[in-house]
Design a protein around this ligand. Structure first.
Ligand SMILES: NC(=O)c1ccc[n+]([C@@H]2O[C@H](COP(=O)([O-])OP(=O)(O)OC[C@H]3O[C@@H](n4cnc5c(N)ncnc54)[C@H](O)[C@@H]3O)[C@@H](O)[C@H]2O)c1
Length: 264
């Protein structure tokens, strides 16, 4: 691979990487020679890191158990990473959650606080401390996980959608703020991705319609032009492009990685 497209030797933090999209991102980055620091609230993150390290022993990194809505923990995560590697090249703010809140009139304040705390504040803190480091380096790439639910409203997901919409506009604001420092900031917008988070929805929808889990999956797949769910490696592909010289002219964008599900 030419220097133009290479990410080998770079250092990445991936939040929400114990499982799902984040784990797939960390694993794909490692397969391309990126050193990975994996953070998640689940203790499983340590096992996930060990699994990746065993597969790609040439990379370095570590795992941290933390809650992304804890600002001090995120500050510490970035500091520990820079202490070990002397730099931070990629900040993949991926951790997120979804709660069944029902309609707006049924939503409790505590649910709003929880979702905004993790999905918006968690990503905001990741951006804040990565930006402070990347400004000093005058290099780096911040990639946030948004959602197609953050672009268009969906009944029953007002709070989740708003949290992702907030991530989108914050991404654009930070892209402008970081442009003078040679740092690009973008958000990836998954459509329907293969993950524990999504399977819970498939199960609930299947129950509501009185069909099986597999039948519900087929209903969804028929809505996706590429007829498959998104995987961590699909998002990692975009992250590696954005972090390499080849993607460095792309900033402030909300990039759909959704198999053609929608074009918003
Ligand atoms: N799966 C989809 O269809 C889909 C669609 C659009 C956007 N997304 C977004 O993709 C991202 C990854 O989700 P996923 O589908 O892999 O779900 P997932 O639930 O399988 O994985 C999310 C990970 O984030 C971690 N996490 C959650 N809250 C955390 C917190 N407070 N602190 C630290 N870690 C925390 C979880 O423990 C988990 O490991 C999320 O931001 C999600 O909103 C997913």
């Amino acid at each position: 691979m030419t220097e133009f497209r290479s990410v080998k030797g770079k250092v990445a933090i991936v939040t929400g990487s114990a499982r799902g999209i984040g784990k797939g991102i960390a694993e794909t980055l490692a397969s391309e020679g990126v050193n990975v620091v994996m953070a998640d609230k689940l203790p499983l993150v340590k096992e996930s890191f060990d699994e990746i390290k065993e597969k790609y022993p040439e990379i370095d990194g570590f795992a941290v158990e933390l809650d992304v809505s804890d600002e001090a923990a995120i500050k510490d995560l970035v500091e520990k990473t820079v202490e070990k590697f002397g730099k931070l090249d990629i900040m993949a703010n991926n951790a997120g959650m979804h709660l069944e809140t029902g309609n707006v009139w049924e939503t409790e304040e505590a649910q709003i606080d929880k979702i905004i705390g993790v999905n918006f504040k968690g990503i905001f803190f990741g951006c804040k401390y990565a930006a402070k480091q990347m400004m000093k380096q005058k290099s780096g790439s911040i990639v946030n996980t948004g959602s197609f639910f953050g672009k268009v409203g969906h009944a029953g997901s007002a709070t989740y959608g708003a949290s992702k919409g907030a991530v989108h506009t914050m991404t654009q604001a930070l892209a402008l703020e970081m442009a003078p420092y040679n740092v690009n900031v973008n958000a990836l917008c998954p459509g329907l991705a293969a993950s524990e988070m999504h399977w819970a929805f498939v199960e609930a929808d299947a129950k509501e319609r009185g069909i099986t889990f597999d039948e519900m999956k087929e209903v969804e797949l028929n809505e996706i032009p590429l007829h498959r769910y998104g995987y961590g490696h699909d998002y990692a592909g975009a992250i590696m492009w954005l972090a390499s010289q080849s993607g460095s002219y792309c900033t402030g964008q909300l990039i759909n990685i959704n198999g053609g599900l929608d074009f918003t």
